[in-house]
Design a protein around this ligand. Structure first.
Ligand code: NAP
Length: 513
């Protein structure tokens, strides 16, 4: 069985004990083992901060962007082999494997271009200078500079490639070295990507380290310029945020957590319209892509009460036409959930939701004697306001159908019962309804996605995280913010107000072209 490596302190580390087993969720065979036992975590932090930081901060944005472009190329060159690894350890179909790996290379390429655009400088100017004295001679300006620290990135199991590389891209471009930790159950793909980057000798010494397995006491060694960016469950996020050292040292922490993402059909949408067809397509895709193990997957589907029976029939029809099985068979469009633990969680979650409605299709039962397969599951809520449907994220191919009555404000109030989400999508051709819904839902969401007949033929699905827009959300979703083009660098850069003679500020801090 393969032992997955860590890459730290400029070399490859293979543990000799303390292993966690990784399995193939289709065959239930063990495929690899991971452990970080034997690492000196404090030394890993120091090496990144001191050696990696020094090298990265000496580079301009354009030079850092060029590193990202090389990483993207190194990963893309092994695309097929990586898709295969994703299948073996994650149970993904070819489409789902591509989604993760192309998401990683696409995000790297996006930030490589941004680096090129930001050019031959190492800092950013934020906003315009303002007059502070009697005349403009005494002025103030805000500047962003790289934090002289290290960024620890803790990633979830569901996007071993994309999740890791989106954090990596922002941090490296901002000039902050990274220590990447993958979610252990699916770490084979992340470990191979790390190996490709190391073998290609792209990154300056110390700027990229990869720890496979536990982080040990690493968080206890972070200081005021370091960053912790976490993606995973709210429970783990809350535990990490409470770490005494992180609190004491005011370490910059951002959390990307659970989300009960919603899709809302407005009363005006005709069944014959392009918008209705898109609604059905996107909901079915979101529920089944990556077997529903997507932080942006739809968990709650709100439909006007008088339309509920039709929508239920249409969705059941769409979901039942999705072949579920071994992703080695190219006809399959949905694979298993990623592990036994994941299966048990999802199965229990479905059973809990089913007690608060009726199961229109699917259910909590295992689909085949071998492998962690579940059927796409739609549960029709008895009451759209029942807290059971707004309280728990079931991280698998399952969603609740919630028939609602009332206007856009009522619909948004129900959506907001999710307690803070990454994305909510709304389908309407009524501009007044859409505007009202957007303004009511926006404070509770990182992203509001709107479709109408005007953009239905162009809109990428709401579950797609694009580097152009921010990703994150308030409340339950963790309160964090990632990506969003240049905004993605903010976490890794200190904003400082500089006040002085305007001529001096203009010369020292010219605004980038
Ligand atoms: P998880 O169990 O919370 O684990 C997330 C990460 O935290 C893993 O790398 C895990 O390592 C690590 N971890 C756990 N305990 C730790 C500790 N005490 N110290 C340091 N690291 C620790 O979540 P998951 O099951 O991997 O992922 C599923 C969850 O992630 C879902 O709730 C999903 O909604 C959420 N998610 C959110 C987003 C977003 O952008 N908001 C994106 C993807 C996923 P091990 O694997 O080694 O335990």
């Amino acid at each position: 069985m393969q032992t997955l490596p860590s890459f730290v302190l400029g070399s490859r580390h293979l543990a000799t004990g303390g292993f966690q087993s990784l399995e193939n969720p289709v065959t239930e065979e063990l495929v690899a083992q991971a452990s970080s036992a034997g690492l000196d975590y404090a030394q890993v932090v120091r090496f990144g901060r001191e050696v990696g930081g020094r090298h990265l901060r000496a580079l301009t944005f354009a030079e850092r962007g060029a590193l990202l472009a090389k990483c993207s190329a190194a990963i893309h060159a092994q695309r097929d082999a990586l898709i295969e690894l994703s299948r073996i350890n994650g149970g993904t179909t070819r489409g789902d494997g591509k989604f993760d790996i192309d998401g990683a290379t696409g995000t790297l390429t996006f930030y490589a271009s941004l680096g090129e655009k930001l050019g031959a400088r190492t800092h950013l100017v934020d906003g315009e200078s303002v007059q502070l004295g009697r005349t403009a001679r005494h002025s103030g300006l805000h500047v962003r500079v790289s934090r002289p620290g290290v960024a620890v990135h803790i990633n979830a199991f569901n996007f071993p490639a994309w999740g890791m590389m989106e954090k990596f891209a922002c941090s490296i471009l901002a000039g902050v070295p990274v220590i990447e930790k993958p979610g252990t159950p699916t770490a084979m793909l992340a470990a191979r990507i790390a190996e490709l980057i190391v073998e290609a000798n792209i990154m300056p010494e110390g700027s990229f380290q990869f720890v496979c397995g536990s982080l040990g006491d690493m968080l206890d060694h972070l200081g005021p310029h370091d960053v912790l960016a976490f993606t995973g469950s709210s429970a783990t996020g809350a535990k990490l945020r409470g770490n005494a050292n992180l609190v004491r040292q005011n370490v910059h922490v951002t959390l990307e957590c659970d989300s009960l993402n919603a899709a809302v059909l407005a009363p005006d949408v005709e069944e014959s319209s392009e918008t209705y067809a898109l609604f059905l397509r996107n909901v079915a895709l979101d529920m089944t892509q990556k077997t529903g193990q997507k932080c942006t997957a739809v968990r709650r589907i709100f439909v006007p009460k008088e339309r509920a029976a039709q929508v239920q029939a249409d969705l059941v029809d769409a979901l039942s036409r999705i072949p579920v099985g071994d992703p080695a068979d190219e006809k399959m469009r949905m694979g298993p959930v990623a592990s036994k633990a994941q299966f048990e969680d999802v199965s229990k979650g479905i059973a809990r939701l089913a007690a608060h409605g009726t199961v229109a299709c699917g259910g909590a039962a295992r689909l085949y004697p071998k492998g962690w397969f579940l059927a796409p599951t739609l549960i029709v809520a008895r009451d759209a306001a029942d807290p059971a449907h707004h309280a728990e994220e079931v991280f698998g191919p399952c969603a609740s159908l919630l028939p609602y009555e009332g206007d856009a404000t009522t619909a948004a109030a129900l959506v907001n019962k999710g307690g803070g989400g990454l994305v909510c999508s709304a389908y309407s051709n009524d501009a007044v309804w859409s505007e009202r819904f957007t303004l009511e839902a926006a404070p509770w969401h990182g992203r509001v996605w709107l479709a109408s007949d005007k953009n239905a033929d162009q809109a990428l699905p709401p579950g797609m995280v694009l580097p152009h827009s921010i990703h994150g959300g308030p409340g339950r979703a963790g309160g964090g913010e990632e990506l969003g083009a240049e905004r993605g660098l903010e976490l890794y850069m200190q904003r400082t107000a500089v006040q002085g003679f305007k001529g001096m500020l203009d010369a020292l801090l010219p605004k980038q072209a």
